[in-house]
Design a protein around this ligand. Structure first.
Ligand SMILES: Nc1ncnc2c1ncn2[C@@H]1O[C@H](COP(=O)(O)OP(=O)(O)O)[C@@H](O)[C@H]1O
Ligand SMILES: [Mg+2]
Length: 257
């Protein structure tokens, strides 16, 4: 795989991204609760340290750090050890603090990133930034400023965002964020034959080609693993996929013979 990409190390994903994220880009991972956004981000940070010796920062606004360490441990990722080695820092803060922090020279995130030589950062999640801005335009400005500060530090970031829809659907509200990020990955629950599966789609990767198909993925004891496509089904991202054969019948009527 090409060296000028920031590999996620997530099985199956780097192929979809033509090798990984582009350096110094901001990449949004969006999905409803439990789809594995935090897992995705932690895996990206962990793999960066373990596979590429790239120190990482995790900035979280919602979880208690202990919860973070526990979640990571359940995948076999020893975050405390990595912190002792100076390769990882987990920071719990508020959007207000981190924003002010990044806007001022020599803030905590900037200082830490420099001290550690951090290359990757996970911001989990930016949903709380909504509180900082009253309207979509304001929000876009806040997020844009935040993203650019991260890029200035040479960081390649994953930003997570909670989407309210559990099955399929669009949340047109906040679609403004999609314009300011370089990469945009959507996670969804889909119902197929009375079972809930998970689907991943790369919606956008600025400056690069990427896979356009919808893949099934699972959260395993080793983290996220991308699997097969949803062969022969339409409407996956709507949450209620149908078989291609049924779609054909709906569109063209039953073939007469
Ligand atoms: N060790 C593990 N093995 C398999 N699945 C796990 C493990 N730990 C957590 N999960 C799954 O991951 C899900 C939560 O993922 P998480 O990354 O916290 O989602 P999100 O951040 O999108 O809310 C849980 O619902 C659980 O199904
Ligand atoms: Mg989470």
């Amino acid at each position: 795989m090409s060296n000028d990409r920031i590999e996620t190390g997530i099985k199956g994903l780097d192929d979809m991204l033509q090798g990984g994220f582009l350096p110094q880009t901001a990449n949004l991972v969006e999905g409803p609760p439990g789809t594995g956004k935090s897992t995705f981000g932690m895996q990206y940070i962990y793999n960066g340290i373990k596979l590429h010796n790239e120190p990482g920062l995790i900035v979280t606004f919602e979880e208690f750090p202990q919860q973070y360490y526990r979640d990571a441990e359940s995948f076999g990722w020893d975050f405390r050890q990595l912190e002792r080695e100076g390769k990882l820092r987990v920071i719990m803060t508020s959007p207000e603090v981190s924003r002010a922090d990044l806007e001022s020279v020599g803030g905590t995130i900037e200082t830490l990133a420099r001290e550690m030589g951090a290359r990757r950062i996970l911001v989990d999640s930016i949903s709380h930034f909504g509180q900082l801005a009253g309207d979509p335009v304001g929000l876009r400005t806040v997020v844009y400023g935040f993203i650019n500060s991260l890029k200035r530090e040479g960081l390649t970031s994953i930003l997570t965002r909670e989407s309210p829809v559990l099955l399929g659907g669009d949340d047109a509200e906040d679609s403004t964020i999609a314009f300011v990020v370089d990469g945009y990955i959507l996670l969804r629950y889909v119902e197929i034959e009375s079972a809930i599966r998970k689907a991943l789609l790369v919606l956008k990767l600025r400056g690069s080609d990427h896979a356009k198909d919808i893949r099934q993925y699972e959260i395993t004891p080793r983290g996220i693993e991308i699997m097969s496509r949803f062969e022969g089904r339409e409407g996956i991202m709507s949450g209620s996929p149908r078989r291609m054969a049924d779609v054909f019948v709906e569109a063209f009527g039953k073939p007469s013979r």
